[in-house]
Design a protein around this ligand. Structure first.
Ligand code: ATP
Length: 272
């Protein structure tokens, strides 16, 4: 692989679903690349095809047109080189320790002996800073720690890229902010490559190093740009607000990001 060559490349990706009433186009001619250590966020309104793209990258949906390649090799199905990190609260086995939760999928492939799986699991757990919790059970961990276990479990498989589909969507605002900060901290310190899906502008600007904006159904590219100059410390800064405002304008065709948010809330005094 030459230096700077993309880990992941989607080229003119078009995705269709067969339904009883005919073919439904979910995504049309979308192209992007993700280099090593980059975090690409797919951002767009509900139904624009974000999850479909993630599923195609994972190998569960085949392109109708275009191609997806990992290190230049066409993706032809699921593989251990791409790991989906699901929402962290419902994926750990409660009767297994942190170490066994991480080692379990390594053992399930049948390629590693118990001692090797345990060794890899311990290394991954140490990378996410949880060495002291290796013998703990999930119910004793905070949400942030559970997320770390989920990421350790994904990293233990040594994938080329992690895939996350709205991992924080179901959470309350405070938990969500805590876990976003945790994820960003881990991503910055470990440098893993990430494809992340969300419909939250703030989350996209915070987590991503690159944004790829999609139009409403069927998803087509609106814009793609670099936001790697914004990190966790930039949250709420004038530059963060400027970029988030620009994203809002591109997605909705107007600048009133906070006005739109206010308008979405129930009217003040409605219960008076
Ligand atoms: N299995 C399927 N069969 C038929 N149509 C599908 C299927 N999965 C998704 N679609 C359609 O494809 C389009 C894109 O769906 P997708 O879930 O990828 O969008 P999304 O941007 O992730 O939406 P959300 O933000 O609401 O999760 C939608 O119109 C959806 O109805």
């Amino acid at each position: 692989m030459t230096a700077g060559a993309p880990v992941l490349e989607a080229k003119d990706l078009t995705l269709d679903y067969a339904t009883p009433s005919g073919s439904v186009r979910a995504v049309e001619r979308v192209s992007f690349t993700v280099a090593k250590g980059e975090r690409l966020v797919l951002l767009g309104p509900s139904g624009c095809g974000k999850s479909s793209i993630l599923k195609a990258v994972a190998g569960f949906v085949a392109p109708a047109e275009g191609r997806i390649a990992l290190h230049g090799r066409p993706v032809q199905g699921p593989g251990p080189d791409r790991v989906v990190v699901f929402q962290e609260f419902d994926q750990l086995l409660p009767w297994k320790t942190v170490r066994d939760n991480v080692a379990f999928p390594l053992r399930a492939t049948g390629r590693l002996r118990a001692a090797e799986a345990r060794e890899k699991a311990d290394a991954a757990i140490a990378r996410v800073g949880l060495a002291r919790a290796a013998d703990a059970y999930p119910h004793t961990l905070s949400g942030g720690m559970k997320q770390r276990v989920a990421i350790a479990r994904a990293l233990a498989a040594e994938p080329e890229i992690l895939l996350m589909d709205e991992p924080f969507a179901a959470l309350d605002a405070l938990t969500r902010e805590t876990l976003q900060a945790e994820l960003l901290g881990l991503a910055e310190s470990l440098g893993f490559t990430l494809l992340f899906v969300t419909h939250s502008i703030d989350e996209a600007v915070l987590i991503g190093t690159k944004l790829h904006l999609l139009s409403a159904h069927p998803g087509r590219t609106i814009a793609a740009f670099d936001v790697s100059h914004l990190d966790g410390d930039s949250w709420g800064s004038p530059e963060f607000e400027r970029v988030a405002g620009e994203v809002h304008r591109l997605l909705f065709g107007r600048d009133d990001r906070h006005g739109a948010r206010r308008a979405a809330r129930p009217q003040e005094g409605a219960h008076a």
